[in-house]
Design a protein around this ligand. Structure first.
Ligand SMILES: NC(=O)c1ccc[n+]([C@@H]2O[C@H](COP(=O)([O-])OP(=O)(O)OC[C@H]3O[C@@H](n4cnc5c(N)ncnc54)[C@H](O)[C@@H]3O)[C@@H](O)[C@H]2O)c1
Length: 268
């Protein structure tokens, strides 16, 4: 419970899914957690969840598409809570209508490509920038960015999403390399398909099953699985881990593309 006692954290996109699970898990270890989201209502629900479990949390309105909003949200955390030790840059710009257009480089409207780069990649960079500026004032901290398996290998669709996540991987290495001697670590988590309520509502069951079949463990991960990696990366126990993209993917990217078909072939 006390592993993160005295630490102040901010998680973006913490009103739902992976961000909410990360915030709940960080609070369970004793951190005071800023619930950063564009949606104040769901952010408040995450605060309620944490407080009901005996933890400490507060809402932070943030829009990762706006530099002013990012700066004021992050500066507000240190103004009101004295420090920022842990920053989980988890939110992505992924409105359903943009994802629906993100089919290949011939079909994606250029403005949607720009929107994804501005929201997901530039937004994560700016969160790192303003997070680093605050962490430098108190001797360092731990930044965790949410990447994706789609940032590691090409997927059949979603070029803008994939490229933005690949950019986050290099951003993670860059921040780690440049600010390591100032006490700042920066890592990323790269989940495979994670079973969130929204995913189950939006993705056909057959495609979810294909993804489960492609894991080594045989089932989809849950937001809490990603959250546990975030908690570890945030903690001093991971003090020698920086610049890494940690695959939280049930082994999905650990094997050959023929893996699922081969399982069927061998009857395994
Ligand atoms: N769910 C998956 O299968 C999966 C897999 C790999 C990576 N990811 C990544 O994990 C992260 C979270 O995904 P999720 O599935 O938990 O999403 P989600 O849709 O459950 O939650 C996203 C949250 O981000 C908030 N948000 C949206 N736009 C925002 C903005 N402009 N500024 C601030 N907050 C904003 C939403 O209000 C919501 O609360 C994303 O970066 C996503 O790319 C998800």
């Amino acid at each position: 419970m006390t592993q993160l006692a005295g630490k102040v954290a901010l998680v973006t996109g913490a009103g739902s899914g992976i961000g909410r699970a990360s915030a709940v898990a960080l609070a369970a270890k004793g951190a005071k957690v800023g619930i950063g989201d564009i949606n104040d209502e769901t952010a408040a629900q995450t605060v309620d969840l944490i407080e009901a479990a005996g933890g400490s949390a507060f809402t932070v309105n943030i829009d990762i598409c706006s530099e002013d909003a990012i700066r004021s949200a992050i500066e507000g955390v240190t103004r009101d809570h004295a420090r920022l030790d842990i920053l989980h840059n988890n939110a992505a710009y992924a409105p359903p209508e943009v994802l629906a257009n993100d089919l290949d480089i011939l079909q994606i409207p250029t403005e949607d490509w720009d929107g994804v780069m501005q929201g997901t990649l530039r937004g994560t960079m700016l969160c790192c920038r303003y997070g680093v500026l605050e962490m430098l004032k108190t001797g360092g901290g731990s930044i965790i960015n949410t990447s994706s398996m789609y940032g590691l290998s090409a997927f059949n669709q979603m070029p803008a999403y994939c490229v933005s996540k690949a950019g986050i991987n290099m951003l993670t290495e860059h921040v780690a390399a440049v600010f390591g001697r100032k006490g700042i670590r920066c890592n990323a988590v790269a989940p495979s398909m994670i079973a969130t309520p929204m995913l189950e509502a939006a993705i056909p069951a057959e495609f979810i099953a294909i993804n489960a079949d492609s894991t080594a463990v045989g089932y989809l991960g849950e937001p809490e699985d990603v959250a546990q990696a975030v908690v570890w990366l945030a903690s001093d126990e991971a003090r020698y881990i920086t610049g890494q993209v940690i695959r939280v993917d049930g082994g999905t990217t650990a094997h050959l593309p023929t893996y699922a078909d081969a399982n069927r072939f061998f009857g395994t």
